[in-house]
Structure formats: structure tokens, C-alpha cells
Design a protein around this ligand. Structure first.
Ligand code: AMP
Length: 188
């Protein structure tokens, strides 16, 4: 049997990375965070590094779907087949989902499950303004929320039409969100 694969979705501030980390630790899964991977690239003093840095920190926009898909595809290829995998922050748009669906079968890791952590905007903004990341300026927070509704929500609808997607209330305490995710997913 294949090891489980999980895509964790939710707006910024929903706690999806916190939850992804808890799950990775509890089950020994590999965790691929799109934002983390991009922040690593952004540190490089190269044309690509500078361009990614500008997109993330100054503009708060998404990097090109081909770029993030290629990077994630490469990283997925490094995860042993018998180890579970969590994707945090990817795919994030219909274009990315299309690219994902092309490369995923080639990774030969079997099916994937999807979970969606929901959170109202006011609470998301509240949480993010308390975080101290260079891209958490009020303008960038607003741009990222708009991008979530404009680009990620249509993809979430498309994924929902493809298969099951439990919705979890992200306004609850971390432990409670974690418990509900585990209860709603099918992990061995
Ligand atoms: P995050 O850590 O998930 O909040 O991501 C931080 C920033 O990285 C985002 O605001 C985007 O600029 C970029 N980013 C993260 N994930 C993706 C993705 N799947 N596609 C494009 N850009 C992304």
C-alpha cells in the first residue's frame, strides 16, 4: 500500500503550516511547504533569487505557476515512496492544480487526500499582524487575501468536485483543529 499524501489548504493565517508540522511530526511524514521553499530560493543572490524575493516580499503576489510546480515536483521526487507526504501551500491556483495533476502520476505515489482549514478574514488579519515576517505588511496581507479568493478558491472548488474535502474550522484551538483533521482523514 502507498504511504498517505495530504494537501493542506486554507487562507493565510488559518494555521495550515502549524497543522502540517504537527501532522508531519506525529506520523513521520515529509513536509513540503511552498512558502518555505520559495523563501529559500529568495535568499540566493541570483536573478531567480532576486525575482522571487521581489514577488514575495514587495508585491505579495504568487510566483509563476511553472516555477513553483517545477520546484515542488523536484522536491516530491526526493521523498521516499514509503514515507507519507504533506504539501502545504501548493497547489494554490487552477493553473498550478493543472500542472500538479500532470506531474503527480509520474511521482507514482498513489492517491492524495485534501483538507481545507477555514478562517474568517478578520481573524486571519488579526493573527497575521501579530506575526513578524517581512512579507506581513498590511498591504501584502490584503493582496494575499485577495489572491486567495481570486486564485485559490476557484481551485478549491475544482478539487472539491474531484473528490472528498473535509472542511475544518480553523478558529478553534490548535489541538482541537489537529484532532479534527486526524479524525477526518484516512491515515494508517
Ligand atoms: P506562505 O508561506 O505560504 O504564506 O507563502 C509566502 C509567499 O510565497 C506567498 O505570498 C507567495 O508570494 C509565495 N508562494 C507561496 N506558495 C506559493 C505557490 N503555491 N505559488 C506561488 N507563490 C507562492
Amino acid at each position: 500500500m502507498n504511504a498517505p499524501n495530504l494537501i493542506i489548504l486554507g487562507p493565510q493565517g488559518s494555521g495550515k503550516t502549524t497543522q502540517a508540522e504537527l501532522l508531519a511530526k506525529k506520523f513521520g511524514f515529509a513536509l513540503l511547504g511552498a512558502g518555505d521553499v520559495l523563501r529559500e530560493i529568495a535568499q540566493e543572490d541570483t536573478v531567480l533569487g532576486r525575482s522571487v524575493r521581489r514577488t514575495i516580499n514587495v508585491e505579495g503576489r504568487l510566483v509563476a505557476p511553472e516555477l513553483i510546480s517545477k520546484v515542488i515536483q523536484e522536491k516530491v521526487g526526493t521523498v521516499p515512496k514509503d514515507q507519507g507526504l504533506i504539501l502545504d501551500g501548493y497547489p494554490r491556483s487552477l493553473a498550478q492544480f493543472e500542472l500538479f495533476k500532470k506531474f503527480w502520476p509520474r511521482a507514482a505515489r498513489g492517491d492524495y487526500q485534501v483538507v481545507f482549514i477555514e478562517l474568517p478574514d478578520e481573524e486571519a488579519v488579526n493573527r497575521l499582524t501579530k506575526r513578524v515576517r517581512p512579507d506581513d505588511t498590511p498591504a501584502a496581507i490584503r493582496t494575499r487575501l485577495q489572491s486567495f479568493y481570486a486564485e485559490t478558491m476557484p481551485m478549491i472548488r475544482a478539487m472539491e468536485a474531484d473528490g472528498q474535502m473535509p472542511h475544518i474550522d480553523g478558529a478553534q484551538p490548535i489541538e482541537e483543529v489537529h484532532r479534527k483533521i486526524v479524525a477526518n482523514l484516512n491515515f494508517p
